[in-house]
Design a protein around this ligand. Structure first.
Ligand code: FAD
Length: 412
């Protein structure tokens, strides 16, 4: 079955970035179609913290109150080396929204999807964007719609198969389709690695008492660990697992960590967590009542050679991926989505030319590169801070000019 539709903007991907782009467009009255290959919004809790800049954007789109009602404010970050607390950074000097908010990604996605739905612009789940081309000045996108079919005789089975192919015409495309972006591939934009990947053992846990408003970062010689307080009595510990040389004792440690992902028993997971806390954060004395999830996650660091061209542009993980500490990729993605939505709206109203979109795309790319350059110390007196500068800056959940008062605290 073949179907044809027209819209102003097609958004590929309904993760946080695609949903935010779609909501920003819908609020400006732009006719938008949003497709996601998954069967529903994600249940994942991956990207956690919203930067002050993202909070201001969420306020503009009318959803900040919902985010604050469900999230946990972070007002400071404590920095440690093993047992020793070295210093803290305070968000209070940021001119507005002087805090970050921890909110599991799944909850942010639900808030955005519900708000979009209220504007009668729901996501088309089970729809995979396959190919794009330009025809007569418009973008033409081929989308496969999947449906579940049941089968099997001895026991019931179900599989997904394509039941329709849609031809979507639009003035613009936003590719917010994540790490394996089909839009990026269709535009033939390369996605090179810009720094070595990092691996983290991630634990989400519950404690008897509520978690506070301070995130904590442990900067050991060869590994960084981060503790995020989550809403309620919950926490997330992410321990970087440095690349271990392959010799006897260390190989044993590595093997036991990899078991976290498999069928390791609850007792084994608890043993691993307690070992890591003992070694890296002996000050963490909370009474743990449950370990909710464990995972070993590898984070690549990649940057697309450009963020798009002409009428098709990338945002979020489709354009860049990095380590988990400062939650930068998702937050930069929200800003990129906002800029694309605003520019495309103006172009649709004939208030701007395509050149402005090209300029914005180049600026976003440069901005990401500049942010990486920030990771070089300048004017830093304390040798301990100087030797860990990149890791410290990379762990701060803030971006753009919001970083200035925080970096000034580091330079004191
Ligand atoms: C296991 C894991 C743990 C993570 N932990 C952290 C963390 O601790 N801190 C942190 O900052 N970040 C973390 N991240 C990264 C964070 O989740 C991303 O930065 C964030 O999700 C980016 O949002 P996005 O909307 O750009 O992309 P995504 O959230 O990846 O959304 C892309 C969407 O596009 C859809 N899609 C893909 N291809 C197509 C297609 N062809 N057609 C239609 N739809 C398509 C996907 O189904 C998906 O819903 C983690 C990621 C993973 C995988």
């Amino acid at each position: 079955m073949f179907r044809k539709h027209e819209s102003d903007v097609l958004v590929a991907g309904a993760g946080p970035v695609g949903l935010f782009a779609a909501l920003s467009l819908a609020r400006r009255g732009v006719h938008t179609r949003v497709f996601d290959e998954a069967w529903r919004e994600a249940k994942r809790a991956y990207g956690l913290a919203l930067h002050p800049e993202s909070l201001r954007l969420l306020r503009r789109e009318g959803v900040l109150d919902q985010v604050l009602a469900k999230g946990r404010r972070i007002e400071s970050i404590g920095y440690y080396q093993g047992p020793e607390r070295r210093f803290e950074l305070n968000f209070s000097e940021i001119p507005s929204e002087a805090y970050a908010v921890v909110l599991p990604q799944s909850q942010l996605e639900t808030i955005l999807a519900d708000e979009l739905h209220k504007r009668k612009n729901g996501v088309l789940w089970n729809h995979r964007v396959e190919h794009i081309q330009k025809d007569d000045g418009k973008m033409v996108t081929e989308v496969s719609r999947y449906t579940k079919v049941s089968g099997g005789y001895a026991y019931a089975t179900s599989e997904w198969e394509i039941d329709a192919t849609l031809t979507e015409k639009s003035q613009f495309i936003i590719g917010a389709d994540g790490y394996n972006s089909a839009i990026r591939r269709e535009l033939e934009i390369s996605f090179p690695e810009i720094a070595p990947a990092e691996t983290f053992a991630v634990f989400e846990l519950e404690t008897r008492d509520p978690s506070g408003t301070e995130a904590r970062v442990v900067l050991d010689d060869d590994a960084t660990s981060v503790l995020w307080p989550l809403p309620g009595n919950r926490w997330r510990w992410s321990f970087q697992i440095a690349d271990l040389p392959d010799n006897g004792e260390l190989r044993e440690k590595r093997r036991s960590l990899f078991e976290l992902e498999s069928e390791a028993s609850e007792a084994k997971k608890e043993e691993e967590l307690m070992r890591l806390i003992r070694e890296r954060a002996p000050w963490f004395k909370e009474a743990i009542t449950a370990i909710d999830s464990t995972a070993l996650v590898r984070f690549e660091k990649r940057l697309a050679e450009s963020f798009g061209r002409d009428r098709a542009w990338l945002a979020g993980d489709a354009a860049h991926v990095t380590g988990p500490l400062g939650v930068r990729s998702m937050n930069a993605g929200l800003r990129e989505a906002h800029v694309l939505a605003a520019r495309m709206t103006r172009m649709l109203g004939q208030e701007e030319s395509i050149d402005e979109l090209e300029a914005a795309g180049r600026w976003q790319h440069e901005h990401w590169k500049r942010m990486l350059d920030l990771e070089k110390p300048e004017g830093v007196r304390d040798p301990w801070v100087q030797s860990r500068w990149g890791r410290i800056v990379g762990s701060i959940p803030a971006s753009g000019t919001d970083l200035d008062p925080l970096l000034a605290q580091l330079r004191k």
